[in-house]
Design a protein around this ligand. Structure first.
Ligand SMILES: NC(=O)c1ccc[n+]([C@@H]2O[C@H](COP(=O)([O-])OP(=O)(O)OC[C@H]3O[C@@H](n4cnc5c(N)ncnc54)[C@H](O)[C@@H]3O)[C@@H](O)[C@H]2O)c1
Length: 347
């Protein structure tokens, strides 16, 4: 298939692209590079386009001959969404709707949407199931849910087929692609940066939660397992007008903040200094998503659930990436020369 991946220069999108290509699909990455890295797009075709530009997106989809879109591009910092909701409505809802219109222009009717388990807000029970109430507690979750709801109406009216995937924490790396957010807010890369000497300590927010060790428990899924779920969901979109949602969860009890720090210590062999702080407002004690539905219906089976395996993959990638960056700095004059003459919007 010919698949357009929005946000394919970002963390998860670069791995989705890698898995699609390793399965023999042709990929076009559409990314405005607001957060992503051009060097995270290895072999795929690349179009530097903002999703709010309907004409350019439609032209790119049509020119590429896309059969389906995997929509990963978004703004995804919960705190930032609270302080600047307008930016989140703009990038997660308006830009998303513009993508749907561009897909209509280009006659592309299959979409896999990277949603979030933040659509559930503060859940009443764990693990969370798809039928549980959706009551987001921040604009990030709210804008993702608003887009999911639009998908239902677009299915009935325009024949769009879509699957939304709701999950909490992507983690880990492949040999080629990993996590390098700026700013970084995720626990595993933060703890690894401490191990690597780039940060002095990890802050643990709250040690008095009603969990086995008093720290918050969260769901971590290996990014390669996530990427495979996106590809499976894409293949399952064989009929028109379907609109599905699946949770993706680690399938167990989750891991506490303390578990993650212990795993980082084990994997790196380095002590991780910790600073204890008060609980953060709005942090539930436990957040775990049930994956039963996608296991049952699409036979999705995560392969890398062990926390040490997840952390080791991220650690290996982080050290490899750091070496690559040092090497490319010494070649910077060369790469600048190669960029001359490249189209501003695509390469
Ligand atoms: N990282 C996680 O743990 C996690 C958890 C749940 C859901 N998600 C969702 O998965 C998706 C990918 O997350 P990520 O961690 O890889 O994020 P990321 O920031 O690494 O990647 C997002 C990419 O989208 C691009 N982008 C953003 N707005 C754009 C626009 N208007 N036009 C074109 N490109 C644009 C950015 O440049 C970036 O490359 C997001 O939709 C996020 O909400 C992530």
């Amino acid at each position: 298939m010919r698949v357009a991946v929005t946000g394919g220069a970002g963390y998860i999108g670069s791995v989705v692209t890698e898995i699609l290509e390793s399965d023999g699909h042709q990929v076009l990455v559409i990314d405005n590079l607001s957060k992503g890295r051009r060097d995270a797009v290895s072999n795929a075709a690349f179009a530097r386009i903002d999703l709010r530009d309907r004409t350019e997106v439609a032209l790119a989809l049509r020119g590429f001959g896309a059969d389906a879109v995997v929509h990963m591009a978004a703004s995804s910092l919960v705190g930032e969404s609270v302080s600047d909701p307008a930016a989140y409505y703009d990038n997660n809802l308006t830009a998303g709707l513009t993508l749907l219109d561009a897909m209509r222009d280009a006659d592309v009717s299959r979409l896999v949407f990277s949603s979030t388990a933040a659509v559930y807000g503060d859940p009443e029970r764990q693990p969370i199931e798809e039928t549980d109430p959706t009551r987001p507690t921040n604009p990030y979750g709210e804008t993702k849910l608003a887009f999911e709801r639009a998908l239902r109406w677009y299915a009935g009216a325009y024949g769009l087929s879509s699957t939304s995937l709701r999950y909490f924490n992507a983690a880990g790396a492949t040999a080629a692609h990993g996590e390098a957010h700026e700013p970084e807010t995720h626990l595993i890369p933060l703890a690894l940066e401490v191990a690597d000497g780039r940060r002095p300590f990890v802050t643990v927010f709250g040690t008095d939660y009603p969990t086995p060790d008093g720290t918050c428990v969260r769901d971590y899924i290996h990014v390669e397992d996530l990427a495979r779920a996106h590809v499976l969901a894409m293949h399952a979109l064989t009929e028109r007008r379907v609109c599905r949602a699946y949770n993706l969860g680690c399938g167990g009890q989750g891991y506490s903040v303390r578990d993650v720090i212990d795993a980082v210590t084990r994997v790196t062999g380095r002590e991780i200094p910790v600073r204890i702080a008060d609980r953060r407002a709005g942090d539930p004690a436990e957040l775990i998503a049930s994956s039963e539905r996608i296991r049952r219906e699409l036979d999705w089976t995560p392969r890398h659930q062990d926390l040490d395996v997840i952390v080791r993959s991220a650690w290996d990638w982080m050290r490899h990436d750091a070496r690559d960056r040092i090497a490319s700095t010494s070649l910077i004059g060369c790469s600048e020369a190669q960029d001359v003459g490249r189209s501003a919007s695509s390469a």
